[in-house]
Design a protein around this ligand. Structure first.
Ligand SMILES: [Zn+2]
Length: 246
């Protein structure tokens, strides 16, 4: 199967669609002065399909948070969220929940990678094309954007891993907040054995990478140009041949 990392194309934008403001209904706070690594940080993950409205008290707390909080506050909220989320949900500081709110303007292509908040938005005809072709792992969430076109956001599964041979040296992880101190190497590829049965997903150990398959590219591409760059990424078995090793 052929996989691609997608990115925004800034070369010759053909579409004017953009988010003028964006937010989500609920958010874990960022973490201030981690007692393990000392960092103040927040990640970029979002779960548009996690609805915390039924959990009234928790939802109110997650709306009230503003800036980063100390470890006790963050971890207390995280544990409460974990109890009501599907197993395996990654709850790093700053993780957001619920549909995209805000305002959109302009004319949108079939598919758009927006950042922030680092999500994939589809026009309704693109969603219909993706669904008609039976693509896997597609969970559309209706956005609540004012203005512009009707857009859905894909709740991308967080799954799969980079190939261990493409990661230089061990990845250091904070024992308290689980923040990983590493940078993406220039050349990297996927561990084939880890990949989910999905045509669009985020890489679990590098969530800023959005991966799509050839089937996704074709389905969306049939509706015309999107302002997206597709860069092919190899998916290789766990053990590589010697000539690939540096
Ligand atoms: Zn830490």
């Amino acid at each position: 199967m052929t996989y691609y990392v997608i990115d925004r194309s800034h070369a010759w934008p053909r579409w004017s669609g953009e988010l003028t403001t964006s937010a989500r209904r609920w958010s874990l706070p960022g973490l201030r002065d981690c007692p393990g690594c000392g960092e103040t940080w927040a990640g970029l993950l979002a779960y548009p399909n996690v609805d915390l409205a039924p959990h009234t008290e928790l939802a109110a707390q997650l709306q009230a948070t503003g800036g980063p909080e100390d470890w006790a506050t963050y971890s207390h909220l995280r544990d409460q969220v974990r109890a009501v989320c599907p197993p395996g949900t990654c709850l790093m500081p700053g993780t957001e929940f619920g549909p995209l709110l805000g305002a959109a303007s302009g004319t949108w292509g079939p598919a758009t990678l927006v950042m922030p908040p680092w999500g994939v938005l589809l026009r309704e005809d693109a969603l219909a094309a993706v669904q008609a072709r039976g693509l896997r792992g597609i969970t559309p969430v209706r956005t609540e954007l004012v203005g512009g076109e009707q857009l859905v956001e894909l709740a991308l599964p967080l799954a799969g891993a980079l190939h261990p041979d493409s990661i230089p040296g061990p990845r250091r992880q904070c024992a308290v907040c689980e923040r990983e101190d590493w940078t993406l190497p220039e050349d990297y590829w996927l561990d084939e054995s880890s990949l989910p049965a999905a045509d669009a997903f985020r890489v679990a150990d590098a969530p800023t990478l959005v991966i799509v398959t050839e089937a996704f590219r074709r389905a969306v591409g049939a509706l015309g140009h999107s302002d997206i760059d597709y860069r092919r990424i190899d998916a290789l078995p766990p053990r590589r041949e010697a000539h690939h090793l540096h």
